[in-house]
Write a protein that binds this ligand. Structure first.
Ligand SMILES: Cc1cc2nc3c(=O)[nH]c(=O)nc-3n(C[C@H](O)[C@H](O)[C@H](O)COP(=O)(O)OP(=O)(O)OC[C@H]3O[C@@H](n4cnc5c(N)ncnc54)[C@H](O)[C@@H]3O)c2cc1C
Length: 263
């Protein structure tokens, strides 16, 4: 009998989307669960012991994922489908996925229940983007979107981009993480990197308060040469569409000013 939960039976999964066994080797809690916010964890997986040549179609080996280009890893959730996650860090033989656990979340709940030593099927996938370089890069991330925004910011600085400004919109300070790492990035690039925290539900000294709006974007991003400005937003599709519209309103039409436009 077919039930509404058996999504995978509706259409056959192509062989390239089945993924390869990927072992969880570490789990670190980043934001503990609390009544007013959802938990966030970082899972570290070992690179699967499979050659890149074994991946077909759009699937690639995890070591081929480009954090600077917004590529993703697809986690194949049993009985459901492959779900996208940014790789928050990539080391010689392992990679991290940092994720928020949503109430009744099918994918995030499954990831949350994985135990160290367990395997999940997964594969890497390019985001089909190009890089449109500019001297000034503004990155706008919402909540857990920092998992893509932070690696891209680091990569842009390493590539020599003159100014990278990262705006992180969250509800409260307790919804943020990696503050120490972001501080270290500021110290490593004092003239080139600037971090701006924006909270919608609390007022914190040294941080902005409110929501992302055209006025706020204009206040935060003030590139000396507007033609050189490039932007990237990371959040849900409606959020990113809204931000693109706001950037257009303040003189940066997209995708012309997109840092990583789709090709
Ligand atoms: C390119 C890309 C990269 C991504 N990278 C990451 C990442 O690095 N880390 C990460 O945690 N997630 C990331 N996501 C989101 C991820 O793919 C899942 O959508 C997310 O884990 C929720 O899936 P779920 O099956 O657990 O929730 P669902 O079963 O789909 O939903 C469960 C409940 O949570 C709510 N919910 C689901 N998603 C959101 C959301 N984004 N904001 C608010 N409420 C929500 C739903 O409305 C529902 O009530 C990425 C998505 C894309 C497209």
């Amino acid at each position: 009998m077919t039930t509404h939960t058996e999504d995978s039976t509706k259409k056959e999964t192509p062989s390239w989307a089945l993924g390869v066994p990927t072992k969880l080797i570490r789990k670190v809690n980043v934001i503990p669960e609390a009544p007013d916010h959802l938990p966030v964890h970082t899972l570290t997986f070992a690179f699967p012991d499979v050659n890149h040549e074994n991946f077909t179609g759009p699937a690639v080996h995890h070591s081929h994922v480009r954090l600077d280009m917004g590529d993703v890893v697809k986690m194949v959730i049993p009985g459901y489908k492959p779900k996208s996650y940014s790789i928050s860090d990539l080391r010689e033989n392992e990679f991290d996925v940092t994720f928020k656990v949503y109430p009744n979340g099918r994918a995030s709940g499954f990831l949350d229940r994985l135990q160290v030593g367990d395997h999940i099927m997964s594969f890497g996938k390019h985001a089909s983007r190009t890089r449109n370089p500019g001297a000034y890069v503004g990155i706008i991330v919402f909540g857990v979107g920092i998992t893509e925004g932070y690696p891209v910011a680091k990569a842009e600085l390493a590539k020599g981009t003159a100014k990278v400004k990262l705006l992180w919109a969250s509800r409260t300070k307790a919804d943020t993480f990696w503050r120490e790492e972001l501080q270290q990035l500021q110290e490593a690039y004092p003239d080139n990197f600037e971090m701006v925290y924006l909270y919608s539900r609390e007022t914190v000294e040294g941080c902005l308060h409110g929501r992302v709006s055209p006025e706020l974007l204009k206040q935060v991003f003030d590139p000396p040469i507007p033609q050189e400005a490039r932007f990237l937003s990371v959040g849900t599709k409606p959020m990113m569409k809204d931000v693109d519209g706001m950037l257009g309103q303040i003189g940066y039409p997209m995708p012309q000013h997109h840092l990583l436009p789709k090709h």
